[in-house]
Design a protein around this ligand. Sequence first.
Ligand code: SAM
Length: 269
Amino acid sequence: MHPAKILAELGIHPAKALGQNFLVEFDSILPWIPQLKPDDTVLEIGPGLGGVTNFVKDHVKKIILVEKDFRLAEYLKKQFPDIDVLREDILNIKKEFITNHQINVVIGNLPFYITTPILEKCFVQWGISLGIFGVQKEFAERLLASHGNSLAIFFSQLANIQKVSSIPANAFYPKPKVDASWIVMEKRKPAVDIKRWELLLRGSFWGKRKSLKNAFLKNPHWSSQKFTESWKQKILTYPPPLDLNRRADSLSVEEFLILYNWLNDNTNK
Ligand code: SAM
């Protein structure tokens, strides 16, 4: 049944504030279905009316649904009596829940207003192996860029990321203003300490149009840690491995890694 009809029957008006755009056309899902394995335990974020759930459930060992909207959660419980449905905000789900249920894959046509916090949850806190996410097209482009924004540089150390298909705005009800994309994120072993990596990027991208040197010496994020104090000392004392008059948005991941390794090299050079 078309989502518009189900929603009308349930007396639900899609809530913009919850990013409620429901898939009506599912071709975009087909390219990533083969990534699922029969022994996977999957958590689905924001299942809505269960459109994606229907395609996934028979390919995996177990699927658990986490839906914030009470009315949709009730509908899902009736629709899928054999599946665990949690009426919960995904951002409240703790690592213990993921570990206890042995969840290794997270899937979701994501509520767009919390895309970044969800990716952080998955790959920084929960440490899941595979994420398959529907995200706004522009977000996917930012995440896949080789340089120019801290999002792409940050996640480059946490996951190998690929766009697998496009989701035209027409594939949703109600139709959003922009197209979306399915991306697949496969966990990778970082070459850095993630806390330090995050602080390096926060410092680098602080303040619009600032040179790296200015940003490093003036940003507020580097004020409280012992190691960031030693970074500042190094910047003031030793010749850097790349020109610190450049701006953060011009550096590639490889260049940030060079900077990271230099700052954290304690042999003082
Ligand atoms: N998966 C469905 C589909 O593809 O048709 C719906 C996707 S819709 C873009 C996003 C869904 O996430 C909605 O069902 C919405 O109610 C739910 N949602 C929004 N915020 C949430 C949150 N914080 N935690 C869990 N679910 C949330």
